[in-house]
Design a binder for this molecule. Sequence first.
Ligand code: AOF
Ligand code: ZN
Length: 388
Amino acid sequence: MVHPNPMVGCVLVREGEVVGEGHHAVFGGPHAEIVALEAAADGARGATAYVSLEPCNHHGKTPPCTEALLRVGVRRVVFGAREPGPEAGGGADALRRAGVTVDGPAWSGRVARAENPAFFHTAAHASPFVALKLAVSLDARISAAPGRRTRVSGPDAEREAHRLRTGFDGLMVGAGTVRADDPRLTVRAAPPGRTPPHRILLVPDAGVPEGAAALQDAGSVPLHVFIGPGADRTAVARLERAGAHVHEVAAAPWGLDLRGVLSRCWDVGIRSILCEGGARLAASLLREALARRLYLFVAPVTFGGQGVPAFPDDADSLGWDRYELVLPPEAHGRDTLIVLDRDDVPEGDDGWEGDEAWEGDARADDEARAGAPGSDGDDARPQPPGDG
Ligand code: AOF
Ligand code: ZN
């Protein structure tokens, strides 16, 4: 519910005892530190605050956390990730100047990004954070035959996929998936987020079948259709009558110019996108290094030679060596979810001071995995980029 704000947690400890805990639960609502301070009441004086993000130092929708921490006399602050926002930043220095001991950033950039990927991505790039979700068979196929709608993963994986949807501003699919799967691209099997994700269809010739599920509810759930030059004008007019926002972008070797698509999405306020296939769009996002995270649901089935391969033959162009496992693989019913993040920074410098920070990555990473400091320790599931 905090999206596009980051998910943040705070634990207050005094004399070895937890005196208060809190997390930022609602967009526009109190920050983690404020919730924890209220829980601790008088117990916060002289305490150490462990917080997953550097306390903010600005008046946004809420007053600065730095001032609240100083007011109650917190003595030490340990934070996980540096606040990247120019307005909200500077909290650590402000606290130090006021005599508080401040340690951090305790996390490496990789750990911080794994926690709040869209927040940190959009702080550094004027382009939406893109994740790619694929459900594949053991022989890495996404369907039993071209154009055939195929159930790959089971109901538990499906629920998890819906939970992931709520954390994104946009859900995107390519033309083949629109035709074969006819997805509705709405959040159903999970609690809805604050706002429904925009639906984004990439259909170069504008040929979305009449009666397609994604054309329903265009009044309440925004629908964007990206087309190429030379798309069928009658089809475009029909989409517009159905309430779709139609955007024309340049053509590219594998379909549409994806950077053009992303930049248009950014302009309409979409900060994070979950792409749900198909194979051709997935391959383009990987080839062009646009997919920053991969959610791969692996189902214990095989489709054999007729099946559609999830990944193209030119395997070495996909840059797999840049992807790292975010958390241990996780079972959802009979399926396994693998989450990989792309470390996408110039060799030797990821521009992230946290990488050399404090007592070293290994320990910080262990703490992050154990759920401390500040994160929800009882939920180590790979998080969507926001929580809706
Ligand atoms: C914190 N603690 O728990 C969170 C922080 O509009 P506001 O006042 O809610 O401020 C939002 C910004 O504050 C957000 O973009 C991010 O920079 C920071 N989030 N900071 O000290 C928190 N959620
Ligand atoms: Zn704050």
